[in-house]
Design a protein around this ligand. Structure first.
Ligand SMILES: [Zn+2]
Length: 309
């Protein structure tokens, strides 16, 4: 028996941080296969799903089990006794990616720190942190598990959770990187599917993905080395086990065998995430995004450079 079996495990939030379309649902699904974890999906979107507004239209804001969140066997228990109509019940940190300050901060660390200090002063964000930790505690108690996988992605939410973690709960941030050109192409496809922002060009989406990735990088700079990990989607999809082993070592999970399929189990109750996860599919690298750049060699070259910056 190894040492980890003897040491009591501290309750831990494993937070998946990334841009959209970067494989966060895949990583979340892989981590949900451990006996020690419970995966909640994108907890930041819980309030949207309760009130059926904002992102989530494509799956009618239902939990992954198919029930509306308020009627789901898991979430109805977790939310029991919480005042969902209170203005202090919030699950998403407020910040503005598109403000000039945030965009400047993506490159300039001191500016970013100032922006975070301002975001931290909003009462609504203090309420959100309070709500999120109340929910996490109920999930720990209800499930008896010591690890919660939260794939909210949002980097500022990651930072605020990390900064305000209570003494008895650990927060580990797993950053997920993907080729920016793939993210931009996938976002455009997704926008078209959702009939949203259909006029945004590939170049514009590439620029935004670059800046968003920079913000994720700024957040990681503010996290202690022992609490953060950066992995590549491409490696995760092609050679899953070594990447999973890295997460296991960083978080204190017991090692386990990586799944070969991405698949949502009947007893999973996750919020949001890509609907693709409902079809059981082998985990493999998808290069179909490359077609989007067939006629755009210059943009593809620029994107390649951006990946290295
Ligand atoms: Zn459910």
């Amino acid at each position: 028996m190894n040492k980890q079996h003897i040491m009591p495990v501290k309750r831990t939030i494993i937070y998946v941080m990334s841009d959209k379309r970067s494989g966060s649902t895949l990583l979340e699904n892989i981590l949900s296969k451990s006996d020690e974890t419970v995966s909640v999906g994108e907890l930041a979107l819980l309030k949207n799903h309760i009130f059926r507004e904002g992102a989530g239209f494509r799956w009618d804001w239902n939990c992954s089990c198919g029930s509306p969140v308020k009627e789901c066997v898991f979430w109805s228990k977790i939310l029991e006794g919480m005042d969902l109509d209170s203005p202090t019940f919030n699950t998403k940190i407020r910040w503005n990616f598109k403000s000039n300050r945030t965009l400047a901060g993506s490159i300039l660390t001191p500016v970013f720190k100032g922006t975070l200090q301002n975001i931290d002063k909003y009462k609504i964000n203090a309420d959100t942190i309070h709500t999120l930790y109340a929910i996490y505690r109920k999930i720990f108690d209800f499930t008896g598990k010591n690890f919660i996988i939260d794939s909210s992605k949002n980097p500022v939410q990651a930072y605020m959770l990390y900064r305000h973690k209570p003494a008895d709960i650990d927060v580990k941030i797993i950053g997920l990187k993907r080729d920016l050109r793939a993210i931009a192409a996938s976002k455009r496809k997704w926008n078209n599917l959702n009939n949203k922002d259909v006029n945004k060009s590939l170049g514009w989406l590439l620029r935004n993905s670059f800046l968003y990735n920079k913000i994720c990088g700024q957040v990681l700079k503010l996290v202690n080395a022992g609490d953060k990990l950066l992995i590549n989607y491409e490696q995760l999809a092609t050679d899953t086990q070594p990447q999973l082993d890295k997460v296991v070592r960083k978080t204190g999970l017991q090692p386990y065998k990586a799944p070969q399929y991405m698949h949502v189990e009947d007893d999973d109750h996750t919020i949001a995430g890509t609907p693709q996860r409902f079809t059981k599919k082998p985990i493999k690298y998808d290069n179909s995004w490359e077609e989007a750049y067939n006629q755009k060699p210059v943009l593809s070259f620029v994107g390649k450079i951006m990946n290295k910056l």
